[in-house]
Write a protein that binds this ligand. Structure first.
Ligand SMILES: O=C(O)[C@H](O)[C@@H](O)[C@H](O)[C@H](O)COP(=O)(O)O
Length: 241
């Protein structure tokens, strides 16, 4: 797979196809490194357009998917068979990548957002017993047109959460309203935080975050001692040139 090399934190590639291949190549590199060192690859995925990027890109990479544990950076509190369920959208990857269902760490079904968040904290803690704060190998993030990431929205009190690793939100401005989300203490403890995005509708917000440094949720993703990578197409990055 010939893709542009990632030599900086902000990578503007030609088009959506190259976002898919560049993202997949980075995931391939990091997953193989982590599996070689720790025999497991702990990755968090988001919903939105990232789902399609991964469905297209992951089947083309060489890695031991059997060593992957897949978490959700955020998840909607809906039944798994709802079209709004992020896990429901990723389920197709189970057969495509020969995964086992239990490699996805999913949220508890049939409970409130608060209960789902409390349960997810326990599930996450189980996978990172040695860590004072869970240290994900890689978190794959989207950025909404309002600068949100995960289910952390501009002006929301959850932006200030400093102790809970996973929080519930019931007033998400992006439907559906009830979700669980990782919080910044966990997000910024990851080894890699990777934003992947496309399209001119994101260009203004990309400029406000990466040029103007406006304090928006996506601006606050600054992995401590980790690596932040942005991968976007020319349309999304048109104000960065
Ligand atoms: O489940 C979700 O809604 C996401 O996790 C959310 O944070 C998403 O990543 C952004 O809204 C960007 O979505 P798009 O890439 O579709 O614009």
């Amino acid at each position: 797979m010939s893709v542009p090399t990632l030599d900086k934190s902000v990578n503007i590639v030609k088009n959506r196809d190259q976002v898919v291949t560049t993202l997949a190549s980075l995931i391939e590199q990091v997953s193989n490194d982590r599996i070689q060192k720790h025999s497991v690859f702990n990755i968090g995925v988001s919903g939105g357009s990232l789902v399609a990027f991964l469905k297209e890109g992951l089947p083309k990479i060489q890695t031991d998917f059997g060593k992957w544990r897949i978490f959700f950076c955020d998840e909607r509190v809906v039944p798994e068979d709802s079209p709004d369920s992020t896990y429901g959208q990723y389920k197709q990857l189970i057969s495509a990548l020969n995964l086992k269902e239990n490699q996805f760490v999913t949220i508890k079904q049939g409970v409130s957002a608060q209960e789902a968040a409390e349960d997810y904290v326990r599930k996450v803690a189980q996978q990172f017993p040695q860590d004072a704060i869970p240290k994900f190998d890689m978190l794959l993030l989207g950025m909404g047109p309002d600068g949100h990431t995960c289910s952390l929205f501009p002006g929301h009190k959850l932006l200030e959460e400093r102790s809970k690793w996973v929080a519930a939100i019931t007033d998400s401005p992006k439907p559906p309203p009830s979700r669980v989300t990782l919080t910044f203490p966990v997000i910024n403890n990851a080894l890699y935080c990777v934003f992947a995005l496309c399209g001119k509708e994101k260009a203004d917000m990309v400029k406000r975050i990466l040029v103007d440094g406006e304090d928006l949720p996506a601006t606050r993703v600054k992995p401590n001692g980790g690596t932040l990578v942005w991968i976007m197409d020319e349309e999304a990055g048109k104000y960065l040139k």
